[in-house]
Design a binder for this molecule. Structure first.
Ligand code: ZN
Ligand code: ZN
Length: 333
């Protein structure tokens, strides 16, 4: 019998372009859904995976952890979803469920966690399987493509914003997919927003102001007033001291990316005054539930650039060059 196959784009060897590979359509295990992928967001993490910056991928691997798909088959133990339903698959794909982190609302830090599009095949494919316990229903207000960036850029941005606490004056370094979503949530919450981009990126600076930033400029500039918190989405370690210098005493600098170049040494005086530097790692399912309930109420509008699955390498190249407005999304026609 011939096993039905699907088109995929895979990381076979980091540092090389993704390869177009025809693979068998997977069958769902008892806890899994089989999804026909309708759209899959392209995240900066995929770029780090393709470049070999992340050290624990399964190889080869199908990247993609912002999957919007339609349920086409259910594992025997799944009761939470039904055939035909539209669901989202995020980065967090598995946890042990029993360690101290899992039991205290910090499953994002579980040592046994596995991640979609990294250690579990993801959504750069026509079909994907996912553990139903880690999938979310997608709010109806969103099209498939517009929902995809909510699943990582949105979730991680939301978690990073929560880490900024009650700060009223927020700086965002790097204005890509996550920033364009978090900006809308921050404005909805009545916060003031200051956006920092690459030096010559007047397009991103304009985009930030369209989304409600009171000011935008390049990352070397000082904002017109001290920040109460800063969120760094750009994978550039040198921005940590830059952001600390722009942040008032008592403020927090949140590093929201999974990978960053080395942070240069800096004088203690810019950390003094109870400033905090912290990272944000992964997401919990609670983050997902909260954010997907909040997004349509803001309402968050995602701006997407669409690419066919076969052009995943082009989408990654555009992301690397900073030439995506909002988020890149692959569509699987
Ligand atoms: Zn655990
Ligand atoms: Zn991501």
């Amino acid at each position: 019998m011939m096993v039905p196959s699907m088109r995929t784009m895979q990381v076979v060897q980091p540092g090389r372009p993704l390869a177009a590979i025809e693979s068998p359509i997977p069958s769902p295990q008892p806890d899994q859904l089989l999804l026909r992928v309708r759209a899959c967001g392209v995240c900066r993490t995929d770029l780090h995976l393709a470049d070999g910056d992340l050290t624990e991928p399964k190889l080869p691997v199908i990247p993609g952890h912002e999957i919007v798909g339609e349920v086409v088959a259910l594992g025997a133990a799944v009761t939470s979803f039904s055939i035909g339903q539209r669901v989202g698959v995020p980065w967090l794909g598995h946890t042990c469920g029993s360690c101290a982190y899992c039991r205290s609302g910090r499953e994002n830090l579980c040592a046994g966690a596995r991640f979609t599009g990294y250690q579990i095949d993801g959504g750069y494919a026509q079909y994907a399987v996912a553990d139903a316990r880690f999938c979310f229903p997608i709010p109806e207000a969103y099209s498939d493509a517009q929902a995809a960036p909510l699943l990582c850029a949105g979730l991680i941005g939301y978690r990073a914003l929560r880490m900024a606490g009650d700060a009223r004056v927020i700086g965002i370094y790097g204005f890509g997919a996550a920033a364009h979503i978090v900006a809308q949530v921050a404005r909805h919450e009545g916060r003031e927003l200051y956006a920092f981009t690459r030096p010559d990126d007047s397009e991103a600076q304009r985009f930030a102001r369209e989304l409600g930033a009171s000011w935008s400029g390049h990352s070397g500039e000082r904002p017109p007033k001290p920040l109460e918190a800063a969120i760094i989405f750009a994978p550039v370690g040198a921005l940590v001291p830059t952001a600390l210098e722009a942040t008032a005493v008592g403020g927090t600098v949140v590093c929201a990316g999974i990978h960053m170049s080395d942070i240069p040494s800096f004088p203690y005086r810019i950390l003094w005054g109870e400033r905090t530097v912290r990272s944000v790692a992964n997401l919990t399912r609670k983050d997902g539930e909260e954010f997907l309930a909040l997004a349509p109420r803001v309402p968050v509008r995602t701006e997407v650039e669409l690419f066919p699955l076969s052009e995943a390498n082009e989408a990654l190249a555009r992301l690397r060059a900073g030439r995506i407005r909002g988020a890149a999304v692959l569509t699987c026609e």
